[in-house]
Design a protein around this ligand. Structure first.
Ligand code: NBG
Length: 958
């Protein structure tokens, strides 16, 4: 049996021996038998051992007087006990018995190693208060050690949770219950680490960053936590001995899918990296009751099912009912004047409460665990006296209940901003609770706001949390009495803003009338910010009203007046960054050109990254072990640049064959998964070609389908001899369409219809398969990515800000077919263009081609496949007509026709290369070797240094 084998970073305390004395006094106290343990060496956990032993003997501890720990010295503890009937223990035999038992137990305790002392907290609210400290010394002593991670201790804590947390029979629980109990026991360990990390942050009081995001696409936690806490093998063994398999239990976990796609997953990768890099960081977001919808397919049509992920409880969160803030909406603003100073008072018409739920985020190979705090909306506890007094008690309760809708559902659209009132309320709800929490934390050890910018960095993940700008101004001015100048000085030093898209339709704008109604005070503040900004502008550029109109935070065109959230974010933030080099350059020339010309120093680039823990080391354990064996150890899991060390083995035959056999085994697992999800049987010896991402016209899944049809035609036209030379392919497409995105839904249907035809054509056999994997999410990506050989990132150049799945695929030795867009450009720099299949127009050519597209004559191959669809070759001719119209006859905004011929050329090159096994394997190894730059650790270090100005703050290892 392994004992604490995983506790890499935990060094045991020095062992002592118990040579103290135990005295039992039955005479001198009237009510109690007094057990005195004299001169025991100090050792963490001792008190818990004694109290458990006394309880096992059937004694009640009525009070205890314990020595405060004095490092290295002997301590004397005194316990006042009664027996089961509440009386004193007087019988001499009983007394002797207690003595013998305690002696044995203490001897065993002091001769036993692995107990880990926890640091003494120096909470500012406790130090200095010696009296309180003395009173609490018993409590502190009881909490002075960590849970143990040896197999037996793990088993004990699992079965305890089965019985005491879940109230199930500890001798009989099913896989789901075992998953839950195991998770609760892991959470116990996370909580220890979380508490001590937070205490350390409080003690050191470093500048902290708060990552504000409406989305966190976390996926599952069990395996990730086990790996990060380095206790996976003991849990595996512990469960196995209890009759359960960890691999099965991890599948029982529901994904936490509180995000749409790349933007939310990026936030989650960032949390992992911030924890691993020991940064004093917190994430803040919303605890949606319904995450991203579950996608099902009926006859090839997408249907959306609600994702009530909390149905069976969420063992990873900690509810904090006492951490709650009021959040207001509607109402009006009253203005009063005292001493010539105007005071604004917002009296909201509706008030709700935000309740905190904490989600511990452990880092890898560090004792630090950081926090993701998600807010849940609850009815406010204040009574609506009016309705209660008029006797409409039930109605009053019901209307309060509606508060909960604010955090109930994630908006599943990442294509266009939604002008929906509820969405604005969600955004304000999140930032208001967050900023109140941040300000409260700051004020624990500050009496004014002078240090605020040196203590706080607030990162806006896209424009979604930008209403936080006027909210911070309001808090500082209206609630804390600061003047405008001081408040603005502080506000403009703490915010920074990341832009994630150049698509104009995705840039958030709110109708002024809506903001005025929902957040009247904030609208005033936005106007004031804008007024001052425009004065500044006039100073800088003169009365160029056209340009001023373009740059204004308020859009005043022919239509409704709108608040441009990106402009507000831009004006208030000290930096703005794009998410890949090409994207950061593009925003300077397009959507933010006017701003760039005026304030070029604000602009930065932070190329995205992904966490190599989840996306390589944990989801592809065979490859992890092979890489570690070649590089000597697993240090690359923290320093991903070390993957370069694989380059020198790229031609090594033995290494190549190990590399291939791992890929094959991952492909077999993926083939199983495909069969389970779609019913289609695919041959693992085929080339596995994958395109998984949200369905968007700009991502051009349609281009992929058109080329698959072209391939199908080629197979049909080929002679049996020619067919023998063809490379068999399995094409996988997956992704969700926003429920209101009609074109995307038609594209899904087209994929399914083409798949039906191709997969059932006996002429084709294994040469071509096309499957649509339903409900693509984080967990399915963890199976799909390791099994992929070719992945498609084929957006029209200049439209994909970065992409992050391209990085995951490359890390796992999958070759990329793609355009020079987003992060592909930098991947090509790192891995080498010659190790990818690059095609298509460049971002500089795109605007020109787009302008000329009505005169463009598509290549005949393109026309042919589109005509085929129109003619009903795959059925549903009418339903697919708008899809064809969108790319035909001068439409084709995303230039599928322009790129088609070059795409087919690249695809042919893929086939030819695949036939050369050695060459392909070499390219695959070089893909992994060149992907070091795309670790989110690197991204986060750059944010920390170049934007946030924060430094690592690692708690001492226990
Ligand atoms: C997405 C981009 C991706 C990018 C992610 C993360 C939005 C608004 N943007 O290209 O489309 O990788 O953000 O930065 O979801």
């Amino acid at each position: 049996m392994a004992i604490a084998g995983d506790a890499r970073s935990r060094a045991p305390n020095a062992d002592g021996e118990f040579n103290g004395t135990i005295e039992i006094d039955t005479a001198n106290d009237e009510e109690y038998t007094v057990i005195m343990i004299r001169d025991a060496p100090y050792k963490p956990g001792t008190l818990r051992v004694i109290s458990t032993a006394l309880a096992d003997l059937g004694l009640n501890i009525e009070k205890a007087v314990v020595d405060e720990k004095k490092g290295g010295e002997k301590v004397t503890d005194c316990f006042y006990v009664t027996d089961a009937d509440g009386g004193k223990v007087v019988d001499a035999a009983d007394v002797e018995n207690i003595k013998i038992c305690l002696t044995m137990i203490l001897k065993a305790h002091f001769s036993h190693g692995s107990v880990f002392a926890r640091p003494d907290g120096q909470d500012d609210r406790r130090t200095g208060d010696n009296e309180e400290r003395r009173q609490h010394s018993l409590l502190y002593s009881l909490m002075d050690r960590y849970l143990k991670n040896d197999v037996m201790s793990v088993q004990e804590s699992i079965v305890n949770h089965v019985e005491y947390t879940m109230a199930r029979n500890r001798y009989q629980f099913d896989d789901f219950e075992a998953y839950q109990a195991a998770s609760f026991s892991v959470r116990d360990r996370l909580i220890e680490s979380w508490n001590d990390t937070q205490q350390h942050f409080r003690d050191k009081s470093p500048k902290r960053v708060y990552y504000l995001s409406m989305e966190f696409l976390m996926g599952r936690s069990l395996l990730n936590s086990l790996y990060n806490l380095d206790i996976k093998s003991n849990y595996s063994e512990a469960l196995q001995q209890l009759g359960y398999r960890l691999e099965i239990l991890v599948e029982k976990e529901r994904d936490a899918a509180l995000g749409n796609g790349g933007l939310g997953r990026l936030a989650s990768c960032f949390l992992d990296s911030m924890a691993t890099e020991d940064l004093p960081a917190w994430g803040y977001g919303i605890r949606y009751q319904y995450g991203m919808f579950r996608q099902t397919l009926h006859n090839g049509f997408q249907h959306e099912q609600p994702d009530y992920w909390l149905n069976f409880g969420n063992p990873w969160e900690i509810e904090r009912p006492y951490i709650t803030y009021p959040v207001g909406f509607y109402g009006g603003v009253s203005i009063s004047e005292s001493n010539g100073v105007k005071k604004f008072d917002w009296i909201p018409g509706e008030r709700i409460s935000a309740v905190a739920y904490d989600n511990p985020i452990p880092g890898w190979n560090t004792p630090n665990t950081i926090n993701l705090r998600l807010w849940s909306a609850k009815p406010s506890t204040e009574f609506d006296l009016e309705s209660f007094n008029t006797g409409d008690y039930v109605q009053a309760i019901l209307s309060k209940q509606r508060a909960e809708t604010i955090s109930s559902v994630l908006y599943p659209d990442d294509r266009t901003y939604q002008g929906k009132e509820l969405r604005l309320k969600q955004q304000y709800f999140m930032v208001s609770a967050t900023l109140q929490d941040v300000v409260r934390r700051y004020l624990v050890n500050h009496t004014n706001f002078d240090e605020f910018p040196n203590q706080v960095a607030l990162q806006l993940n896209d424009t979604h949390p930008t209403i936080g700008v006027p909210e911070l101004m309001r808090l500082l001015m209206d609630e804390h009495g600061l003047g405008w100048t001081k408040s603005w000085d502080i506000t403009s030093k703490v915010f920074s803003f990341t832009n994630h898209t150049v698509l104009p339709e995705a840039l958030e704008k709110w109708p002024v009338s809506l903001v005025e109604k929902v957040l009247p005070r904030h609208m005033q503040i936005i106007y004031d910010i804008n007024w001052r900004f425009i004065q500044e502008l006039r100073g800088a550029i003169g009365d160029d009203y056209v340009r001023i109109g373009r740059m204004s935070i308020i859009e005043e065109g022919t239509g409704e007046k709108m608040v441009r959230m990106a402009h507000l974010a831009m004006v208030a933030s000290h930096t703005v960054n794009g998410v890949a080099a090409i994207h950061s350059e593009l925003i300077k020339k397009t959507i933010f050109k006017d701003f760039y010309d005026l304030m070029p120093d604000k602009f930065q680039n932070k190329t995205n990254g992904v966490t190599q823990r989840r996306w390589l080391a944990f989801c592809n354990p065979q490859l992890r072990d092979l890489i570690s064996s070649k590089l000597g150890d697993d240090a690359w899991i923290r320093e991903l640049d070390m993957l370069r060390g694989l380059e020198k083995f790229a031609d090594d035959e033995k290494f190549q064959s190990e590399w291939r056999s791992i890929k094959l085994s991952n492909k077999k697992r993926l083939a199983e998964f495909i069969k389970e999800k779609t019913g289609t049987v695919v041959n693992p010896d085929s080339l596995f070609d994958i395109q998984v991402k949200r369905i968007h016209e700009y991502k051009r899944q349609l281009l992929n389908v058109l080329s698959i049809i072209h391939r199908y035609n080629a197979i049909k036209a080929a002679t049996p001899k020619e067919r023998e030379k063809m490379v068999p392919r399995v094409c996988v497409i997956g992704g969700k369409a926003a429920p209101g995105y009609d074109m995307a839904k038609r594209i899904i249907k087209l994929v399914c219809s083409v798949g039906d035809k191709v997969n059932n054509d006996p002429d084709v056999g294994d040469l071509l398969k096309l499957v649509f994997i339903p409900d693509y999410n984080v967990s399915s990506a963890e199976i799909i990515v390791p099994g992929a050989e070719l992945s498609q990132h084929i957006s029209t150049a200049g439209t994909e800000a970065s992409g992050t799945s391209n990085m995951k695929f490359a890390m796992n030795g999958c070759l990329i077919i793609g355009t020079m867009d987003g992060a592909n450009v930098e991947i090509a720099e790192e891995i080498g263009k010659e190790n990818m299949f690059i095609f298509g127009a460049s971002a500089t050519e795109v605007p020109i081609l787009r302008a000329e597209r009505s005169r463009y004559k598509p290549p005949p191959e393109f026309d042919n496949v589109v005509k085929q669809i129109r003619a009903g070759a795959f059925g549903w001719a009418e339903y697919f007509a708008p899809v064809c119209d969108a790319v035909h006859g001068g439409a084709d905004y995303y230039l599928l026709a322009n790129d088609f011929a070059d795409y087919l050329r690249a695809q042919q090159l893929v086939d030819a290369t695949y036939k050369d096994e050695k060459k392909w394997t070499k390219m695959s190894i070089l893909s992994t070797a060149g992907s070091g730059k795309f670790s989110s650790d690197r991204t986060i270090r750059q944010y920390a240094k170049e934007i946030w100005g924060i430094e690592p703050c690692r708690r001492p290892s226990p």
